[in-house]
Design a protein around this ligand. Structure first.
Ligand code: NDP
Ligand code: PYC
Length: 340
């Protein structure tokens, strides 16, 4: 660990970041299998320059554990409701271990049937979704993931929160080192981004909430969807797909279940996986190559692909480690002071 010259940031190697995350999560009471899965996700977020879902989430996870929102030693239970469907009941634990347990069978079924779905039920969600679609795309599959959160976001034309920040993630396999991946909230921004602005005492754009640039006020009021009625409809789709369709909570129901504790959202996640060979057989490679022309047409005009910034950040972090705000580092260490 080194202090940057201005001492406003602390630099950690990825191993140091991982070790810090594991110590904090263990001290918070999380069982070893959950510690491994959750720490990897947080380190991946920080490594890829996604600070809203990086080491900051240690504070969020520890808080949810302390408030009794999370089952710290839940053993995910897997079943197969239909030939191409996998369900993992996370038992109230964090979603990462449930995904790890369901992923091999999802991949196997997608390869066997051409398409398969994994429902994670009864999980606590604090994380970004791209790690999940990226790993499936690295397995050669096209992947989509959706999860609701807490009702923080008003529908277009309304004023009262109904939707969660409801991310949609997509992964597409490519030749070469990295798949094509995007992952964003259907709200104007992730709530975590507003929380980071609040911590830093910075204003937020006026269109993230109801015409205010004060982060606290946006957090206390209603966030807005991105893209007006289009984001609003997509947010509704996420509620339906990863809520009622898989027998799990909507964002409003998650907030009700939270009962004022202000913990991380509880509910479900839906992950779809499609094998290009399912439609295309031996011609899959040839058609995936045609997709490359699309990516080239985007990049040839100077536009960037979603995930380009992420992979560039990853390469830098692997060489140089990550720099986090010193205030965040202090707050993370405080979690250990109480337990070590
Ligand atoms: P952003 O609005 O920053 O959008 C992120 C996505 O858009 C990334 O795929 C990013 O690629 C891509 N992107 C950004 N700018 C450009 C550009 N100029 N050209 C092309 N692509 C671009 O993210 P959000 O604030 O909406 O969400 C951040 C994270 O929060 C997500 O990972 C999401 O999963 C997570 N989240 C989780 C929730 C949960 O309930 N679990 C709820 C809400 C959000 P790149 O990475 O390369 O920059
Ligand atoms: O940043 O909106 C968010 C979020 C909700 C749950 C996890 N992250």
């Amino acid at each position: 660990m080194t202090l940057a010259p201005d001492a406003d940031t602390v630099r950690l190697s990825l191993d140091e970041a991982r070790s810090l995350a594991r110590r904090v999560l263990s001290a918070a009471g999380l069982s070893p299998a959950h510690v491994d899965a959750v720490a990897e996700t947080m380190v991946a977020g920080e490594r890829d320059g996604c600070a809203s879902h990086g080491l900051y989430r240690l504070l969020v996870a520890a808080d949810s554990i302390a408030k009794g929102v999370v089952s710290v030693d839940a053993a995910p239970a897997l079943d197969e409701p239909a030939p191409a469907l996998v369900r993992v009941d996370g038992g109230g634990g964090f979603a990462q271990l449930a995904f790890e347990r369901g992923r091999p069978l999802l991949v196997e079924k997608a390869r066997r049937f051409g398409i398969a779905a994994l429902a994670l039920n009864n999980v606590v969600h604090f994380a970004a979704l791209w790690p999940e679609v990226e790993t499936l795309a690295r397995d050669g599959l096209v992947a989509l993931a959706f999860t609701p959160s807490h009702a923080w976001v008003a529908p277009e034309g309304g004023t009262k929160p109904v939707f969660g920040t409801n991310p949609i993630a997509f992964g597409w396999p490519r030749p070469g080192p990295h798949p094509f991946v995007f992952d964003f909230a259907t709200s104007a921004t992730a709530r975590g981004e507003i929380e980071l602005r609040r911590r830093a005492g910075e204003p937020v754009p006026a269109d993230w909430g109801a015409s205010t640039t004060v982060a606290e006020d946006v957090l206390a009021g209603a966030m807005r969807t991105f893209g007006g009625h289009k984001g609003s409809a997509l947010a509704a789709m996420v509620e339906l797909l990863a809520g009622p369709l898989i027998g799990d909570l909507t964002s409003q129901e998650s907030l009700d279940a939270d009962a004022g504790r202000k913990g991380s959202p509880l509910g479900g996640e839906l992950i779809l996986a499609l094998d290009p060979a399912g439609f295309l057989g031996a011609a899959a490679g040839q058609h995936l190559q045609r997709a490359e022309a699309l990516f080239e047409a985007i990049q040839a005009q100077g536009a960037r692909l979603p995930s380009e910034r992420r992979y560039a950040a990853r390469a830098v972090s692997e060489r140089e480690g990550v720099a986090i705000p010193a205030a965040l580092h202090r707050d993370i260490l405080k979690l250990l002071e109480r337990k070590d």
